[in-house]
Unconditional design. Sequence first.
Length: 636
Amino acid sequence: MPRKQFKADLDEAVKGKHSLEHVNNCCVHEDGFTFTFTHPTLESPVTITASVPEQSDYPTAHYYTLFCDDNAPKHVAEIVDKLGQPTSMTINQFLSHVSDALSGSSDSESDAEPLQDPNSDDESDDDDIYGEDFDNLSSKPAFVMPTNTTHANPSSQFQSRVCSDLKIAKDAGFKIAYFGGLLDNYSCVVSVSISARKLGISQEAMQAWRIEPSEYIILLLQYKEGYKTNEELLALSPSSVSAHLEMRVGASKNYKPTQDQVINAFTVIGTSTTQDSGSAQFRDTFISKPLKDLLCERLVFLVRYRGAGMSWQGAEDSYRLRQNNPDADVNAVAQHFEKEVAPAYPAVVTADHLNDRTCKTHSLPLAAMQFTLRHFVRCTEFCLVCHKKLSTTVEALKPYVCDEPLCLYQYMTLGFGPSIEHEIMHQDKVVDLLLSFCYSSASLGRLKTFPTGLSLSLPRSIALPIQEQVRHLYGTVAQPPAPSPSRLEGRLQARFDITKSEILFDDANSSCPLRKGDWIAIELPDEAGSPSFHCRIQDTLGPSATTGPLVGQVTLDSKTAKWCTAFIDKYNTNFDDLQDAEKRGAVQNLLALLPSIRKMKTYLLEQSTPDLSRWVDTISPAALAILRWTLASNRS
């Protein structure tokens, strides 16, 4: 019903039954509609596009996102931006709302009052910060983060500097908002944001990064002990910077997050998304966590190096050099100049405020936002963990890590990698294709990169060397590497009853060599074809153990003996210790142990909190790690 009503209302708008004087020429597109706005004060009609992402919520809980074309007058574009995201309006009401806003403000270029975000509980706007009459602002902070410091009364010089720093950022093309006692020298948060559509990011990249063009990329700077200028922060000792400044990066449908969203951004721990009611929540992006660590740990140091005449790249190289060798002379890289940035990036991305020598004082909020955009827009050029510039020539859509095993380990274990659960639930066919590619590459002996550094434990018998598919001049195929003599060493012999899923060791006086939760590989040499499969130990008692469901190519028939000889191989071999050919065999065989993508998707959809690591009796930790690595290492 909601979608039918939306379509019916949209049909009326297209046919011109809205009866609005200045709105005409409505036309439908994939998720909304486009219309033109005419007014006597405008030289030509302005085209405005509106989208309704959640049409199923129409007409009570939906919201509109809108933008105008690049040829629109500046004052019209500003009004459209300030309209934000109108909610819970029918199409006719929405058109009337937009028409009234534009008609009532067409004669004024910049004096229009902004339409506030309906979810916002803080009505201060960026114009309050750097207007001439800032002395009239309330002297009592409306928003105070925890602090134990008593501040002196702010001077007019301090207030002028705050206004100047933020005005510089606004003039550079960013939207500014603040929370707390900014001009009263109390704890406060400054928000610097920009529309994602202005960053020159391709549609394919936005889709891969799950960023909407209608969203804003937002940098939040929390000044815990009152606003600190660039010079004051640079004068702090390295250990005390974090006591004065913290930063967060996120995205929202509104350029200005709400007060609750800001508080949650700095206080909520262990969640990937800042919770808030409504559709315009301030949420983490795919790169928010790496950016938070980069900004909080390095930004002030990098700005200090920039003061010595270095480029951003030179400063980052100097920081890394000093971290690896505290006694190193950073002047060795002081003259390192960054290569020409691809011209495809807009000026707002390539601008460098700290390189402006005509500026007497620099604005840290602006410098921080420019540095954030450098690593956000160009994220595929940097390692997501150590942040060094990658030397790869591959033009990738998704960021990844460098060749350091520690970076891969942190990427996979600290939550920097993609959510495989989300990918399986929403792009199951793509996941299936990627796993098939990886499996084929390993089985043909062509896999060149491996998940090293992850401390993967697997059974030694699974690492069968794969025949190298290297053709010589006369068409012959290279012989497969000889199996390692140690491949079958360390196996345990026992008896296995498949009907009861029970393992029994012959020595009744000894305890079971297996532990609850262990994953093992079982081979039955007495059966036709020597079938093998994998399972998890559910419990142990004396010399026996009970297994979970069998995983793998189980081909046993009804004639299989209840108690048959079994060789047991524990998951206790380090993947990194294998030869390359054995690693390919291990990757291929571990992928073969995974359930089908359809089964994994069904399992995840049935869970309140989707997490494949909870499917402990079906997917081994090693197989799950290979699955994560396969998806994370694909950058296309």
